[in-house]
Ligand binder design. Structure first.
Ligand code: IMP
Length: 210
């Protein structure tokens, strides 16, 4: 017996991050659900007070579902650098400051690694995706992608994309089209980015192709 619930009709994408919104809309496109963003509905951004990615994603999805009366889904994500004890991690957005300056955030990572004299550059992105319904039902899915922190390259994508080189690839996320970064193969369920990996699990559980 499956405890999963099927998502149909209209869904709120509970993010105010334009980069994430584009990626989530692309990922949802084959499934015939109508996606509206929290920004378009004028929903407030709740405080992210959780201590885990999945908690923060649940806070955002549940707040949007309650406020809109619609199912809502949210991602909480970040970059974890091994040699920085997992930083910036949950604070990935905050490292860019109020002006959302990710060049500065990437420079800070390089600076922190240099300051520690670190050679080891392993890192991973995490995405926790939560779908919440107005009646309180919620489902959580998590994806990770492992790789290395390198000097930033490329102007595509958003956030920390230019400094992340996924394992087995010669180009950073900042040098990949969003299609290549998702890397989704619906036949095999394979995917590349953390968000796409979480989304494939979500789609298998809660979505049907249009
Ligand atoms: P939050 O999930 O809204 O707290 O923000 C997570 C932050 O992590 C984003 O603002 C980005 O800086 C970073 N991040 C998450 N996913 C990605 C990604 O796919 N590429 C680049 N940066 C990302």
């Amino acid at each position: 017996m499956s405890a999963h619930r099927l998502l149909t009709g209209k869904v709120v994408i509970a993010t105010h991050n334009p980069g994430k919104l584009v990626e989530m809309r692309e990922l949802l496109a084959p499934f015939g659900v109508e996606a509206v963003s929290a920004g378009e509905l004028g929903l407030p951004e709740p405080d992210e007070t959780g201590t885990m990615f999945s908690e923060n994603a649940a806070i955002k999805a549940e707040a949007a579902a309650r406020a809109s009366g619609l199912p809502a889904f949210a991602d909480d994500s970040g970059l974890c650098v091994n040699a920085l004890d997992g930083a910036p991690g949950l604070f990935s957005a905050r490292w860019a400051g109020p002006s959302k300056d990710f060049s500065a955030a990437m420079a800070r990572i390089a600076h922190e690694l240099d300051r520690r004299g670190v050679i080891e550059r392993r890192a991973h992105f995490v995405s926790a995706l939560v779908i919440a319904w107005p009646d309180g039902h919620a489902e959580t899915f998590e994806g990770r992608v492992f790789g290395e922190v390198v000097p930033p390259r490329g102007t595509l994508g958003f956030g920390y994309d230019p400094l992340f080189l996924p394992d087995g690839h010669a180009r950073t996320f900042g040098e990949m089209s969003s299609h290549e970064k998702h890397g989704v193969d619906w036949l095999t369920g394979a995917a590349l980015s953390h968000r796409a990996r979480a989304f494939v699990l979500l789609a298998e559980a809660c979505l049907r192709r249009a």
